[in-house]
Design a protein around this ligand. Structure first.
Ligand code: NDP
Length: 446
């Protein structure tokens, strides 16, 4: 019965959102997983719950005009998709990348609903962004763009309405510029954005949170296999915020990270990738990862970022972008003996790749559970802002660790309860969905 309902809703999604394959993919994965819950709750179909769940509550698309350093005028497109507010104010990052279009923002906002639900905190799902490319832009150009972006966005957000954060291309610098403009436009100082600098309301550990949280989550997966990070070889794609702090925590736990990448290519260092060098190149100089060879000539560089999955490893952590690890890459990793895969990025593995990992008995941590540490710590930043307090590093880190352990056991228990033991994809989708579904049912037809 649920099969027919799910298929019907998926057809509506495809028809109503043509040309948005990433959104279709994200919806498909969730709908397939939650069928056992729908069988148990026929009232959901009667209330057209899924039809409502797959339609964003609000979508805003706007013009972002800005001037470069030569005085030339450019026009980009801005987005904010406020997908679901059943369990709290909308919450989700902002992405600046040339590949951004409505379908990407919609898939990310949809995933965010269930991820935020899994954290146990009161946060609804949203996402925003622009097709603006920050690469090669000066600080002044970035500032003018961020200010122009906020000139429209400010109407739609607020500390109890919608609280954006960073994502690809949006880090501390961009959040600072956007916060400054929001304050100027509204004459208010509140926690309207998270990922803020520590001098104006940011939370300790927010910078590290997604990467650290990913490692805490994968550590739980490894414990269930009666092993740990100690002595393991790790490959991490990307070299941005998530990748860097995943490296930091994995290394602290005794692992050796041998490869990292950016969108141009990947480096391999058999002695272990030197994190201080990566931080210097990526956080200070904003340069390409091949610069690593200038510091470590014994390392190698290859001009194909997807080739990173050919590097043999025990643990693979895709932390760059969506659909970066496909079925062929999964086969290679399995052949090379991978035992665990944790998604640091959002939807980095294709559906085919996930199926291969699950089939091969590889422990697989899906993004909406494994990378929820970032938004969870954003939730903690909101709590600190509301209290006008700043908690010490150890306290936030302890709370983050607790949340990741809880997410793991929640997903694992849900998978067991609904007949898919060990399948954290199914478990995370079901656990995330249940809370949102209950709240939507309780709140009537909205
Ligand atoms: P950053 O912008 O800091 O880093 C992104 C990294 O991925 C860079 O190394 C970038 O390389 C690489 N990358 C981007 N696009 C591509 C591409 N098309 N192909 C190959 N590599 C690419 O972003 P984050 O680290 O913040 O985000 C990474 C992922 O994690 C995203 O999927 C994001 O949605 C997800 N995420 C982030 C959270 C956070 O708190 N930051 C929270 C939860 C999820 P280059 O510099 O060459 O572009």
């Amino acid at each position: 019965m649920s099969q027919e309902y799910v298929e019907r809703v998926f057809e509506i999604v495809k028809k109503r959102n043509p040309g948005e394959p990433e959104f279709h993919q994200a919806v498909y994965e969730v709908l397939q997983s939650i069928k056992p819950v729908l069988d148990k709750h026929p009232e959901y179909e009667q209330a057209s719950l899924l039809e409502r769940l797959v339609e964003p509550e609000r979508q805003v698309i706007f013009r972002v005009p800005w001037q470069d350093d030569q005085g030339r005028i450019h026009v980009n497109r801005g987005f904010r998709v406020q997908f679901n507010s059943a369990i709290g104010p909308y919450k989700g990052g902002i992405r600046f990348h040339p590949s951004v279009y409505l379908g990407i923002i919609k898939f990310l906002a949809f995933e965010q609903i269930f991820k935020n639900s899994l954290t146990g905190l009161m946060m609804g799902g949203a996402k925003g962004g622009s097709d603006f490319d920050p690469k090669g832009k000066s600080d002044s150009e970035i500032m003018r763009f961020c200010q122009s972006f906020m000139n429209e966005l400010f109407r739609h957000i607020g500390e109890d309405t919608d609280v954006p954060a960073g994502d690809i291309g949006v880090g501390g610098r961009e959040i600072g510029f956007m916060f400054g403009q929001w304050k100027r436009l509204t004459n208010r100082f509140t926690g309207v954005l998270t990922g803020k600098g520590l001098s104006y309301g940011g939370s300790l550990v927010r910078t590290q949170a997604t990467g650290y949280g990913l490692i805490y989550f994968v550590d739980e997966m490894l414990k269930d296999r009666k092993t740990s990070f100690e002595g393991k070889t790790v490959v991490i794609s990307g070299s941005g915020n998530v990748a860097i702090y995943a490296h930091e925590k994995a290394s602290q736990l005794g692992a050796k990270v041998v490869a990292m990448s950016d969108s141009n290519g990947f480096i391999f260092d058999k002695d272990g990738v030197d994190l201080q060098v990566i931080k210097q190149i990526k956080e200070v100089e904003y340069k390409r990862i091949k610069e690593y060879l200038n510091y470590k000539p014994s390392a190698t560089y290859q001009e194909d970022c997807f080739g990173i999955w050919n590097v043999p490893c025990d643990i693979a952590l895709p932390c760059a972008t969506q659909n970066e690890l496909d079925g062929n890459a999964a086969e290679t990793l399995i052949k090379n003996g991978v035992i665990a895969v944790g998604e640091g990025a959002n939807m980095p593995c294709t559906i085919e790749a996930i199926e291969k990992f699950v089939e091969a008995g590889v422990s697989f941590g899906p993004a909406k559970a494994a990378n929820a540490g970032g938004v969870a710590t954003s939730g903690l930043e909101m709590a600190q802002n509301s209290q006008r307090e700043m908690w010490p590093f150890e306290e936030v880190d302890r709370k983050l660790h607790r949340i990741m352990v809880d997410i793991y056991s929640t997903a694992k228990n849900a998978a067991e309860e609904y007949g898919a033991p060990g399948n954290l994809v199914v478990g995370a989708n079901i656990a995330g969905f249940q809370k949102v579904a209950q709240a939507m049912m309780a709140q009537g037809l909205v």
